[in-house]
Design a protein around this ligand. Structure first.
Ligand SMILES: [Zn+2]
Length: 473
């Protein structure tokens, strides 16, 4: 692995940055809570997927293989409500919104997980897991429901740093509904729920029913990654109760530590008072709407250019700014690539050294809990390096390629794929060559016609002593 530096990650459990050590050399076992597939995801949900995709890409850049599992919750009341509203089956609701999720995350250049398990694929394992918790005295059945005895798990509340007595006050203040009345203790939570009229159900030792929400993540993390995993991620709103419950279930079941590093991403806020974007507050913008309106790479860059633990303020100006920034990287790349036609063979040692330094600085920045803000400072210096080199009188072909490749690598960690523009670049480059030939032959009618043609495509030409540069309007 490159460099002397060591990756440090902020662990919600200990509330500090810790040196990152994996269970297996060069392999990261990573689980990220995925969406409940009953509706379009909003920008806040997309942010979580972007944050952990950026982290995953950086880990891959650092030489790790990342086994990345992210679930789809394809059962529960929310799906049942959508099924009723749209007059389709629960399975059709899941299929529809998984397809939309894949479309949105694809547009955001989020790599698919190694596997996206669905809760409904793991029902036998969920039943076995819950049975084991009952056998071990951690869970009990009441009228077809199964609850977890939170108090029996001694570290309950550790992740969210909330002592159980405080949770108890919170729980008893809630209205005593039927479910609370069935529980031995208000802090207990459901592992399995008895079938209600009209609900999808599976047979179980406790009668027909379906799993509670928390249990699926414990089961699927264990099933696909093992009893102990390196990283568990999710939005900060999931730390309690969802992740707290996952820990209690998993550790009671296996007797082993469930997760070594807990990572939580910040919210997306919206409006003048920076309110958290959420479905329940009704102040959300769907990823679908935003992607229909703006350049996809700009939206992705807008989200990945903020440190994952910090909140993102959603504003149109913010996306515009991100668009301009991506544009600056694209122009620098295109102008440098254009210099290939008058470059001399070989490599410029100074550039090789400057690239190595930039890489080291970038790693140093990002190894500090994926600090993208400091990583971007390095990228802006790198942009200057590229622009200065493109303006040099003598340039070396291999150094041009090295600079462009390094830029592409850096930006791919942010989910921006610059090479995607190449078809456009080559068309534009061909027209520029034709125009230069016409100009050399003093055929100004043709050269003006090509300039106008490019202008119509939004391509602005600038003739410099080093050749013709272009940028998109
Ligand atoms: Zn989860």
């Amino acid at each position: 692995m490159e460099g002397k530096q060591l990756l440090r990650v902020y662990n919600t459990m200990t509330r500090q940055k810790e040196t990152f050590k994996t269970l297996q050399p060069n392999v990261v076992k990573m689980y990220v809570c995925g969406p409940t597939v009953y509706n379009y995801i909003h920008i806040g949900n997309a942010r979580s997927a972007v944050a952990f995709d950026t982290i995953r890409r950086y880990l891959e850049f650092r030489g790790y293989r990342v086994d990345y599992i992210s679930n789809f919750t394809d059962i529960g009341e929310k799906l049942a409500r959508t099924a009723e509203a749209e007059q389709i089956s629960v399975a059709a609701v899941a299929a529809k919104y998984i397809a939309i999720f894949n479309e949105d995350t694809g547009a955001l250049n989020i790599e698919p997980a190694t596997y996206h398990p669905r809760a409904t694929e793991s029902i036998p394992e969920i039943i076995a897991f819950v049975s084991d918790l009952i056998d071990k005295g951690y869970a009990y059945e009441v009228e077809g429901d199964v609850y977890f005895r939170a108090r029996r798990y001694t570290n309950y509340g550790e992740l969210s740093h909330q002592p159980l007595d405080r949770l108890e006050v919170g729980a008893s203040q809630r209205t005593a509904d039927e479910e609370t009345a069935r529980k031995e203790d208000p802090v207990d939570f459901a592992l399995w729920k008895a079938q209600k009229p009209g609900e999808v159900a599976w047979d179980s030792p406790w009668g027909p029913g379906s799993p509670g929400w928390h249990i699926e993540c414990s089961v699927m993390a264990g099933k696909y990654l093992g009893e102990t995993i390196d990283i568990h991620g999710g939005g900060e709103d999931l730390a309690f109760p969802h992740h707290e419950n996952e820990i209690a279930q998993s550790e009671s079941h296996t007797g082993k530590k469930f997760v070594n590093y807990w990572l939580h991403n910040g919210f997306v806020t919206i409006g003048h008072d920076d309110e958290k974007m959420s479905k329940s507050l009704g102040n959300f913008v769907t990823a679908h709407e935003v992607l229909a309106k703006y350049d996809h790479q700009a939206v992705r860059f807008f989200m990945s250019a903020t440190h994952y633990r910090r909140p993102i303020r959603y504003t149109e100006d913010g996306i515009e700014e991100a668009l301009n920034e991506v544009q600056r990287f694209k122009i620098a790349r295109a102008n440098l690539l254009y210099r290939r036609r008058d470059a001399i063979a070989g490599v410029d040692q100074q550039i090789t050294a400057a690239i190595a330094t930039a890489r080291e600085q970038f790693i140093e920045a990002m190894d500090d809990d994926f600090n993208v803000q400091n990583g971007l400072v390095v990228l802006h210096d790198f942009l200057r390096l590229m622009n200065n080199y493109a303006a040099e009188e003598i340039v070396h072909l291999d150094s041009i390629i090295d600079l462009v490749k390094q830029l592409e690598t850096f930006l791919s960690i942010f989910g921006v794929n610059l090479a995607q523009e190449d078809h456009l670049n080559s068309d534009v480059a061909d027209l520029i060559v034709q125009r230069n030939v016409a100009r050399a032959a003093k055929d100004y009618a043709t050269s003006d016609r090509i300039r106008d043609e490019l202008a119509a495509q939004g391509v602005i030409l600038e003739d410099t002593p080093q050749g013709t540069r272009w940028r998109q309007q």
